[in-house]
Every structure is written in structure tokens, then in C-alpha cells.
Ligand binder design. Structure first.
Ligand SMILES: [Mg+2]
Length: 300
């Protein structure tokens, strides 16, 4: 959060771009584009922007069109946009704001006003990002929380069912965790959880979900992944945890793996069957991966 916020200036007049850059470069990391197409290319390359300062009249893609496009794409919809334009009628201003822009500033540029308004909206954006991260992440481990998992899993299942793509899920439970807490204390227990979570984070792809499900229980959702591939991954993670020795303590974990199918097509069903497989892993000696074999022949 201490990093400088990133502001993209989009204006077809180079002189405006330079003037704005001069005003903002001390406080922000400034990116520049001299047209709508160039702006789109810049955003596609790095969508992590904190604010866009957008000219309305440009020859290739106009500012209103560009705003509409960005607001309709979930990847860019949350980036605040401020129109900066010579069009100063209230109808223009109303139109700009109706497209989802947070503010509308008319030229000629008054540096202090531009700076103050940008500061307000960048601050709001960063507070929003922070709140969202707090609402969807587990504070101790940095993994997604259970609340996020239940929403995201529902979406992933409906996407996979619709496109007939495989999806697998694993539940991971640290073996004898209560004993670790009782023997070494909760602080050490927390270190063990964080260390295991780090392994999970390192082994999931961008599109997967790694979540803390409960105390010492984790869930990984693997997009476009067969149960066979999920088991290979589970086995790698199991070995990593076995060789981890966080705080010098021997730690192991048990795994229950399940694949989405026409019969297991709801979050609750997938979790329940993964949990049953996990229970079998625990019952048969722990530190192992067990697959839910039920209705495997009907998998997608
Ligand atoms: Mg212009």
C-alpha cells in the first residue's frame, strides 16, 4: 500500500499529456497514452491501475466509448475514471458521469484542482481494495477465506458444467494439529499453519483457488483439472509438507480429492465427498491422498 499509486493519462494532445505528467509525477507512478487504442494496449498489458485520467475527444476511440468498454469488463470495471475535457456543458458532464466516471474536470487544467480530485479518488480506490482484500482473505495465512470460496466455487462449477470442463477439489487437513497446539502453544501452531499455507500458495495456478476452510483445514479448487492430475498435485504437496519441518516440527497432512460430475455438481456435494475421502485418509493412517471413487465413471 505504500507503493505509489498508478495513474494513466489518456489524451491525444501530447502537450496536455506532458503538462499532466509534470503535475502528477512527484506523487504518482504515471503512465501515458496519446489515444484510445494505445490506452487499451497499455491497460491490457497491466490492468493494475489506480486511476485513469481520460480525454473525451480523441480521433481513434473517444473517451466516452473507452469508458463504456472499461466499465463493461470485470477486469477493469473498478478502475476509477476522471474525464478531463474542454466540453464544459452540464449535458456533457451528466453524460460522462452516467457512463460510470467518478468525476469530470473541465479544461483548462488547474493543477491544484486536478491534484486534489485525483488524490480523493485514489484514496477511495485504495481503501476499497483494502476492504475487499480483508473481506475475502484469511488474515493469518493470506489464503482466500471460506466466504470467498463458497461464492467462487459456485461460479467455477457452473462455468465448468456449462463448458463440460473437468474441475477437481481437494480438502487438506493437517494431521494431529491439536497435538501441535497443545504441545508447543498456539503461536507455534499459527506458524505451522502459515508455513503450510505458503506451500499451497506456491502450488496453485493463477486460476485456482486456495482457501482456509477451517482451523487447520484447507481447500484447493483446480480449474480444468482431472481427478488424476489433482491427485498428482496433491501427492506433490503432501511430500512438500512432510519435508517442511516448520519450527523444527514434523508435520504431515491428509488429503481428500474429488472431481466434478453430473452427480456431484453442487459445492456442498463436492465438499461432502472430498471430506469423506479425507476421513478415509485419516482412518487408514493419515499422511496420504485418498480419492473419492464414487460415480467417477460419470465425470465430465
Ligand atoms: Mg482531445
Amino acid at each position: 500500500m505504500d507503493e505509489k499509486a498508478v495513474v494513466l493519462i489518456v489524451d491525444d494532445a501530447n502537450i496536455n499529456v506532458r503538462a499532466l505528467e509534470h503535475i502528477l509525477k512527484g506523487d504518482y507512478q504515471v503512465k501515458m497514452a496519446t489515444g484510445g487504442m494505445e490506452a487499451l494496449a497499455c491497460i491490457a498489458k497491466d490492468p493494475k491501475l489506480d486511476l485513469i485520467l481520460l480525454d473525451v475527444s480523441m480521433p481513434d476511440i473517444g473517451g466516452y466509448d473507452l469508458c463504456r468498454r472499461l466499465k463493461s469488463d470485470p477486469k477493469t470495471a473498478d478502475i476509477p475514471i476522471i474525464f478531463l475535457t474542454g466540453k464544459d456543458s452540464s449535458a456533457d458532464e451528466e453524460h460522462g458521469l452516467s457512463l460510470g466516471a467518478v468525476d469530470y474536470i473541465t479544461k483548462p487544467i488547474r493543477p491544484l484542482i486536478v491534484k486534489a480530485r485525483i488524490k480523493t479518488h485514489v484514496t477511495l480506490k485504495r481503501q476499497y481494495d483494502l476492504l475487499r482484500a480483508m473481506a475475502t482473505r484469511d488474515a493469518l495465512t493470506g489464503l482466500h477465506n471460506r466466504h470467498y470460496l463458497s461464492d467462487a466455487l459456485k461460479e467455477k462449477i457452473s462455468y465448468a458444467m456449462h463448458h463440460r470442463l473437468p474441475l477437481s477439489l481437494m480438502i487438506i487437513d493437517i494431521d494431529h494439529f491439536k497435538r501441535i497446539n497443545d504441545t508447543y502453544g498456539h503461536l507455534v501452531g499459527d506458524h505451522v499453519l502459515t508455513a503450510v499455507a505458503q506451500i499451497l500458495l506456491e502450488h496453485v495456478r493463477q486460476e485456482d483457488i486456495a482457501a482456509r476452510f477451517g482451523g487447520e483445514e484447507f481447500v484447493i479448487v483446480l480449474d480444468n483439472c482431472s481427478v488424476h492430475d489433482a491427485c498428482v498435485k496433491a501427492e506433490i504437496i503432501r511430500q512438500m509438507i512432510e519435508n517442511l519441518y516448520p519450527e523444527g516440527i514434523r508435520v504431515s497432512a491428509s488429503f481428500g480429492v474429488v472431481q466434478l460430475s453430473d452427480h456431484l455438481d453442487k459445492p456442498a456435494k463436492l465438499l461432502k465427498h472430498a471430506d469423506t475421502a479425507l476421513y478415509k485418509a485419516k482412518e487408514s493412517g493419515r499422511n496420504k491422498v485418498v480419492v473419492c471413487r464414487e460415480k467417477l465413471k460419470n465425470t465430465l
